[in-house]
Structures are given as C-alpha cells and as structure tokens.
Design a binder for this molecule. Structure first.
Ligand code: ATP
Length: 264
C-alpha cells in the first residue's frame, strides 16, 4: 500500500523506550513515530519484545526508561484508562469479551468506557453503528461466547473502536484465522484506517504485513533492526539474518527474493 502524506506532529511518538524484567532488557531501545492515517506493522522473531512494546504503548507496563507521546502530549506516566480516554485503543490477541453478555452489550460497555458522560442510549446507538461497521449486526443479541473466532476478533475490534480511538493497537489479530478469514480481517483493518484511525499492529503472518502495512518496524532483541516499507525491510540483510532459524525465515527469504527481483 502507498503511504499517506505524513502530518508533521506524529500521533504517537516512542522515544528510546526500554523495559527491564530483572536482568533481561525485553525492550532495550525503541524509537518510532506513527502518523495520522498510517498503518504500521511491528514484526520480529519470537522473543524480540513486540508484546512487551505493545504493553508499554497501551500503558499496561511503565517503561524503565524512555518516553511516549500521544498527539504531542507526554503520556509516559499515564494509566491504560487515561491513555484510552486520550485516544489510544487496544484489541488483544487473546480475545476477552464478557462471555455471558450479548455482542451489543459488550460493545455498549466499550462506548460507555471511552467517553465519560455518554448516556446509555447514545452508547447503544454507537454500538449498533459499530456492529454494522464490523459486520456483526446479525449477531447483536447472541451471547459473546457463541461467536466464532473471526466474529470474536470483529467484536474485539468493535469494542476497541467504541472507545473512539485515534490510534488502535492490534496484537496478532490474525492469529488462528484461516486464509479466507484473515483476508476478511485485513479488509476490516483497512476500513478502520479509512475511517480515520491510525493502526499499529503486531503480526507474524508476512503476507498480511505486506498487504496491510504502509510502514514496518522490525524488532530484534528489544531494538529496532530496520524500519521502512515492507519491500525495503525484507531485503535488509540484517533482517533476513535475524529471521534465520525462526519459522519465518523461509517466508522472509522468499519475500526478499521477490523484492530484489531475483529469479527474473
Ligand atoms: N512479564 C515478563 N517477565 C519476565 N520476562 C518477560 C515478561 N514478558 C516478556 N518477557 C521476556 O521478554 C522477552 C520479550 O518477550 P515478548 O513477549 O515481548 O516478545 P515477542 O516479540 O512478543 O515474542 P512472541 O513473538 O514469541 O510473542 C522474552 O525473552 C520474554 O521471555
């Protein structure tokens, strides 16, 4: 995908973020910007620190050092809830709706959580719109535990959107989906971005990264190994090297060949 025109102030700016667990620097030094209208992928081998980074961005963890700005405001020491109210939404890899509540109720809770002072009626109306947007309106009255995995993921995105984020953080939303289903999920993320929400996502499935991301940050051992377009990063020798021995090495190797035009 071609990159949108970047506005001057990034929506999200990570500066030298680090997170230590005992003797381990899970995130050692990460800096990047996310601009309005962008879809940014964070990739890297297992243990690279991607989930820890997402936890630092959402506010689940406080960084050991470094800073995070949201729309120019320092949010490093704000809680998850405070960041959410300022426009940072998150959907989780492990989907966790309230299982006994209906699909509509689950999204309504998200709408009530996102903006203080929203009436129940307004929240329900917003939730309906989001069920239509995410293709779940036919399942509005079902208890959430009756949904399929793909529908669960749609629900998770709807709940996150209900908080009216400017930036949506997605943690491996394609995990466990069949190819046709991940294509549907890709379309949903595109529609989210087209609706004015910037997206940062962690993903292991390289074709999804290639199809969806305007820009890619490659992490390894808690650091940024490379950043750029998908075509740029997959031909970086240090990226290919970092993936050697991981289950993605063949995928990256193939993509690198494609990117460099090898074999033509
Ligand atoms: N809460 C924690 N306490 C201690 N160590 C942790 C904790 N969370 C993560 N780690 C360690 O930090 C490193 C980075 O883990 P993280 O889960 O962020 O990597 P990842 O890139 O998301 O990996 P994967 O692709 O396998 O999910 C790993 O060595 C992991 O064992």
């Amino acid at each position: 995908m071609s990159a949108p025109t970047a506005s001057t102030v990034p929506l999200l700016r990570a500066q030298n973020l680090a997170k230590r667990f005992g003797g381990l620097m899970a995130v050692a030094d990460i800096s990047f910007d996310l601009y309005g209208g962008e879809i940014l992928a964070v990739i890297g081998p297992n243990g690279a620190g991607k989930t820890t980074l997402l936890n630092l961005l959402s506010g689940l963890y406080r960084p050991t050092t470094g800073q995070l700005q949201l729309m120019g405001r320092d949010v490093t020491n704000l809680s998850m809830e405070e960041r959410c109210h300022l426009g940072l939404g998150r959907a989780f890899q492990i989907v966790r709706p309230f299982p006994e509540m209906t699909v509509l109720e689950n999204v309504t809770v998200g709408a009530l959580f996102g903006k203080s002072g929203t009436s129940l009626g307004t929240a329900r109306a917003q939730a309906w719109e989001l069920l239509e947007f995410t293709g779940l309106s036919a399942h509005a009255d079902k208890p959430a535990h009756e949904l399929t995995l793909l529908q669960d993921k749609r629900l998770e995105v709807a709940r996150a959107l209900a908080t009216q984020p400017k930036v949506l953080l997605l943690d491996e939303v394609m995990a466990g989906l069949r190819p046709g289903e991940s294509q549907e999920a890709v379309e949903l993320v595109r529609r989210v971005q087209a609706g004015g929400v910037s997206v940062l996502f962690i993903e292991h499935i390289m074709p999804v990264v290639r199809d969806l991301a305007h820009r890619v940050v490659v992490m390894d051992a808690g650091r940024v190994l490379a950043q750029g377009t998908y075509a740029q990063v997959v031909r970086e020798p240090r990226v290919i090297e970092a993936y050697l021995g991981s289950e993605m090495s063949s995928e990256v190797g193939v993509e690198a060949e494609v990117a460099s035009g090898a074999g033509h």
